[in-house]
Design a protein around this ligand. Structure first.
Ligand code: KIV
Ligand code: ZN
Length: 390
């Protein structure tokens, strides 16, 4: 694999699906998995099979039917979980067991009641058990960013010795800053014996709105797998958004020379499909896939867009599968955009006629915020009638 190739690990169906309001049934999960396949993600984390029968069945169906990507299943660091995960994915063309154990003192003390030594032994045993079933094993030290760094290095070294092929570093509670997160990745890459035998991965949550920035910082520090979700769905404030990572790398390849295999024009269809399946809409100003991501209302911006789209757009809407940019007609819009809309509706006006239409448009826009085509057509018809009656 080329040095700068980044593996995209999609966890929409696992970390994403477990967030409030985002649950999906088996058919919806299969349909989404097929869209993720079209999108070109490298790994689909299909679910957490021990969590429920429904999860198990969905992971099993995806493993049987979606054959190109690696299909991963999540398991806590216990034999029972690991066996269950394996039973769900063993028919996959490329199965992966993803096992995890918390390593921060906060989690060890309050949640797991384990000493560091016990946790290290459990992590080792879990990876050994997973490796006896499946060659492709990923290990995540949960809450890695709040874990003592020397202990984190010791755990990572131990699980690589047991055969883990991917080491995923989760910022479980979205606490890290980009520089801190990069330093953790750099430290692992320099201090851990055998780290070159594994792919280092970043898994960032968005509690401080830093998930994508932290993920990119991890790539710059040597990580080569990113864990992310469509529309950034996930626990609490969500996971790093797949579409934002992919388009940041694509648009700013000049300063971030990384490549993914994602077919960017499938991003918007994937986002729409997820919204339809879950009923959870994305915020209008969401980067890349939000309703306003390629919409322009301000007069100065609309004027620029009419003259040349590169004035206010750093990527084309078509490049991410959005049909076109939108000039939204509201009170901030200028004459240029209104004249263009009139032309689209089949009318061309002299300057004085256009002035009258524009005044009426602004009065209406002040009241109702966004003026739709039909309302502009009404104003035009009314003005034309009055002009011919005069
Ligand atoms: O956020 C997290 O720590 C996780 C792990 C299970 C990888 O989702
Ligand atoms: Zn997570």
């Amino acid at each position: 694999m080329a040095r700068n190739r980044v593996l995209v690990f999609d966890t929409t169906l696992r970390d994403g699906e477990q967030s409030p309001g985002c649950s999906m049934n088996l058919n919806e999960k299969l349909t989404l998995a097929r869209q993720l396949d079209r999108l070109g993600v490298d790994i689909i984390e299909a679910g957490f099979p021990i969590a429920s029968e429904g999860d198990f069945d969905a992971v099993k169906a995806i493993a049987a039917q979606v054959r190109r990507p690696v299909i991963a299943a999540l398991a806590r660091a216990t034999e029972r979980d690991i066996e269950c995960a394996w039973n769900a994915i063993k028919q996959a063309a490329k199965p992966r067991i993803h096992t995890f154990l918390a390593t921060s003192d906060i989690h060890l003390e309050h949640k797991l009641k384990l000493t560091r030594e016990e946790a290290l032994a459990q992590a080792r045993a879990a990876v050994r058990a997973a490796k006896s079933l499946c060659n492709d094993v990923e290990f995540s030290p949960e809450d890695a960013t709040r874990t003592d760094l020397a202990f984190l290095c010791a755990v990572v070294e131990a699980v690589i010795e047991e055969g883990a092929t991917t080491i995923n570093i989760p910022d479980t509670v979205g606490y890290a800053t980009p520089r801190e997160f990069a330093r953790i990745i750099e430290t692992l890459r320099t201090r851990v014996n055998g780290i070159d035998r594994a792919t280092v991965s970043a898994h960032c949550h968005n509690d401080l709105g830093l998930a994508v920035a932290n993920t990119i910082a991890a790539l710059e520090a040597g990580a080569r797998q990113v864990e992310c979700t469509i529309n950034g769905i996930g626990e609490r404030a969500g996971n790093a958004s797949l579409e934002e990572i992919v388009m940041a790398l694509k648009t700013r390849g000049d300063v971030m020379p990384f490549e993914t295999a994602v077919a960017a024009e499938e991003l918007f269809p994937a986002s729409q499909l997820l919204t339809e399946s879950t009923g959870v809409a994305v915020q209008p100003n969401k980067a890349i896939v939000g309703r306003n991501a390629f919409a322009h209302e301000a007069g100065i911006h609309q004027d620029g867009m009419i003259k040349n789209k590169t004035t206010y757009e750093i990527m084309t809407p078509q490049s991410v599968g959005v049909p076109d940019s939108r000039l939204v007609l509201g009170k901030h819009s200028g004459r240029h955009a209104l004249a263009l809309k009139c032309e689209e509706l089949g009318y061309r006006f002299e300057r004085r006629e256009m002035d009258r239409i524009y005044r009426r448009f602004v009065t209406l826009a002040d009241e109702i915020k966004v003026v739709e085509d039909a309302q502009i057509a009404d104003i035009i018809r009314d003005e034309t009638r009055q002009a011919s009656a005069a």
